[in-house]
Design a protein around this ligand. Structure first.
Ligand code: AMP
Length: 117
């Protein structure tokens, strides 16, 4: 509970911290990344706190589908569906997870290398 009180993304959900919101569904909020790594860089988060991908289980299936389908809708809306886009779920420190509330990155609008750095 204390973690949820101090979590920056929970604060965005509660509108205690401003964010440039672009869309929401019943369980998912989408907003622009404050430090964009691509011309289109949107974060999609569950409205309820889940710390990391390591905490996911089968019961989260519908929530994950909601996140991915909202991301693909936004890719169309942002007109990056044709050129291509990337969905990223950084999990854990070595992968670069810096906020302990799961977030799906929607990145597009530029060429991307593989493998990611
Ligand atoms: P990750 O490194 O995968 O944990 O991604 C965290 C992302 O959250 C980074 O791309 C940050 O730029 C972004 N971020 C952190 N704080 C905020 C905020 N207050 N509003 C929008 N994006 C944020």
């Amino acid at each position: 509970m204390e973690l949820e009180q101090s979590c920056i993304f929970c604060k965005i959900v509660r509108q205690e911290v401003p964010a440039k919101r672009i869309a929401e569904t019943e369980n998912v909020l989408a907003f622009f990344d404050i430090n964009p790594a691509a011309p289109t860089h949107i974060l999609l988060i569950p409205k309820l706190h889940i710390a990391s991908g390591n905490d996911l289980n089968l019961a989260h299936g519908p929530l994950l589908a909601e996140m991915i389908l909202l991301a693909t809708d936004l890719a169309k809306q942002q007109q990056i569906d044709g050129t291509g886009f990337r969905l990223v779920l950084n999990t854990g420190p070595a992968a670069g997870q810096s906020v302990d509330h799961i977030h799906l990155h929607l990145l597009g609008g530029r060429e991307m290398g593989w493998p990611p750095g």
